[in-house]
Design a protein around this ligand. Sequence first.
Ligand code: PGA
Ligand code: ZN
Length: 421
Amino acid sequence: EITDVRAWEVLDSRGDPTVRAAVEAGDVTGRFTVPAGASTGRHEAVERRDGGDRYRGLGVRDAVAAVNDDLAPLVTGRDATDQSELDAAMVDHDGTASLERLGANAVLAVSGAVARAASAATDRPLHDHLAATHDTAQSLPLPMVNVISGGLHAEGGIEVQDFLVVPTGAETYGEALEAAWDVRRAVRDGIVADGHRPLVADEGGFAPPLARVRDAFERLVRGIESAGYEPGRDAAIAVDVAASHFYDANAETYEIESEGRTLDRAGMADLVAEWVDAYPVVSVEDPLAEDDWDGWVGLADRLPAGVQLLGDDLLVTNADRLDRAFERGAASAVLVKPNQAGTLTRAVEVVREAERAGLAPVVSARSGETCDATIADLAVGLGAGQIKIGSLARSERLAKYNRLLEIDRERSLPLADPFGE
Ligand code: PGA
Ligand code: ZN
């Protein structure tokens, strides 16, 4: 039974305010800290910020007050293991689908802390608790590891947001981590050899000067090779274009300055198809804008089988948008970010719905994170198959990678093989 709920303001990995909550149930406490995106989708659940002068408007005192004054009385006295009922009650109490009244950051803070409290109360790790609750087969997720960053995560860099390595040849989680580390180090060597400083962006990826998008792919392929791996077999590439952020909705064009071009939807699809053709790419995220459904359907038809088309800003961890993507054949995979959904229950539902529809779920962190590692347990417990949590640098990233190492050490779970035959 939940005996106390409290929230307070803390700072995330960008140094910006976010909400941390603690839920007490008898002699155990569950804590959860909400992450925050920079390249947020328009259809995400609403993150509540105070506005005004304090922290340039980014403060979350109102969301904290929503937890302490609105949600605490609502959930106190209930059973912490009734996650879905608790989440439904909070969504009801908010009264809006986007959770804009109380703030999705208020609701998720409690939702996540409730799950942690339930896990502690039932004396099992969160991944086991989730697997038991949802009757899922657990596995360690194959990570896609950020190596080169651009877009809104590395201001002044290339338009495309993430270039990632996917250690497709690994047989264990440990091997996957080592291969990704080798490739990241080799890319770093290349950047230093060219006279650039290997400074890292919001998710720990490098942001060297790049004239064209192709130069990032080239660096990654060279890194894979010089680390001693075969591109496309041992290690492949994933890309998050995050195209909504250089899309001009009025002109309906993609402004990709590094290519010296303004592209319409067909031109943007052509460009992405060229990259996929030229490089060992296995996953393409947000290659088109968040409401360009026709563009997505068109690209889905022409991508080679086996190349994952992953919706982040398009699908925003929302079951209705996922259903629409399934009906239209607009995507083959869905990014799962609990704070886009606003409750843990909604995020779990999207994973389960994706599996029913034959779409691959990819559990994901945000660009603004903390050392909270809950999503590592979420990915394992639901057997999601893939995880995207940034680069192998910055402690808010390593907290998740290291949590997966801990689970790997404690359990002999298989590494998922989402790109296998
Ligand atoms: P965000 O970036 O957290 O800034 O939205 C992550 C992503 O786009 O995948
Ligand atoms: Zn994305």
